[in-house]
Write a protein that binds this ligand. Sequence first.
Ligand SMILES: Nc1ncnc2c1ncn2[C@@H]1O[C@H](COP(=O)(O)OP(=O)(O)OP(=O)(O)O)[C@@H](O)[C@H]1O
Length: 349
Amino acid sequence: MLTQEKILDALKTVREPFLNKSIVEIDGIREIKIKDGLVSIKVAISKTGTQEQLQLQQQIVSTVKEVGAQSVGLRFEQLTDEEMNKLGVDPNGAPKSLLDEGVRTTFIAVTSGKGGVGKSTVSVNLATSLARLGKKVGIIDADIYGFSVPDMMGIEEKPKVKGERIYPVNRFGVQVISMGFFVQDNSPIIWRGPMLGKMLNNFFTQVEWDELDYLILDLPPGTGDVALDVHNMLPSSKEIIVTTPHPTAAFVAARAGVMAIKTEHEILGVVENMAYFKSQLTGEKEFVFGQGGGKRLAQELQTDILAQIPLGQPEIDEEDFAPSIYAPDHSIGQIYMKMAQKVIDKIEA
Ligand SMILES: Nc1ncnc2c1ncn2[C@@H]1O[C@H](COP(=O)(O)OP(=O)(O)OP(=O)(O)O)[C@@H](O)[C@H]1O
């Protein structure tokens, strides 16, 4: 016999389209009436009058018919603001995901062939420079083996978590999320591929990003799992490849480039980091780590050199400590500003 319990049990598998949780779990089934095989149900969801509601409607109808209803009538209403708050949802809108259709954020993955070439330094300074140029920018530190973005930017706080939503930390106008925020005591983690992908997916779907123009992704070096996940998850991501000027480094970096090409990610360009050391006495450039690697890589990948960044440290600001961020009037800070403008011109042209 058809009972309320039976219907409720069957509906446990049906998910609220915006919250991606069981409609039963969120107390979305307000009322079930059964009369001679005719079932009428009142359902509360986070956003009514959408295409998703129509799909949900069909799903509920077929689920309830499967357990024996002859016909099913549905009425929809909105979850209350209080309920939405409890679920960690902004009552003015369903949770947004960066992977939703129609999101106008440009993703830029920063990659390198091997570690230690300055990929994270380039990522944080590009993000900060884009923000200085008035863009809304986020950064995901997905370098699980060496998450360093919070330290580099001088971030000491953790993101706020409300319900299932994570609010990024704001630093120099950049919205920051790092794997490092979710690890205790800097302890090494053994990650498995699927865990990485899941974590990354959460960063796209559960973080409350504020209308981003650009999202910079600091990927682990090489062409491993995370890099692959990003390629799969973000088919339209653009890429910047960082190398040092040594020809061997460029050769290794080319592998990252080849993967970008294979997955049809547009390569915005190459950054040659630690390109030279400029003597303060004579103004002459010394090519400490060799020469020509960036050019060779750019030629190989048929792209441009976005910037050649010399060796040099940011000046330390005791008041606003961020050990890897160059001030906008620092000579290297200015190179980053020009690079950011180049990136904007390439994308927004
Ligand atoms: N242009 C530069 N001049 C001087 N030091 C630099 C420069 N770029 C990066 N560094 C330093 O080199 C080290 C490695 O940089 P960074 O962590 O950005 O590299 P990475 O490629 O992201 O490395 P990993 O992938 O291992 O995290 C850091 O100590 C950073 O401060």
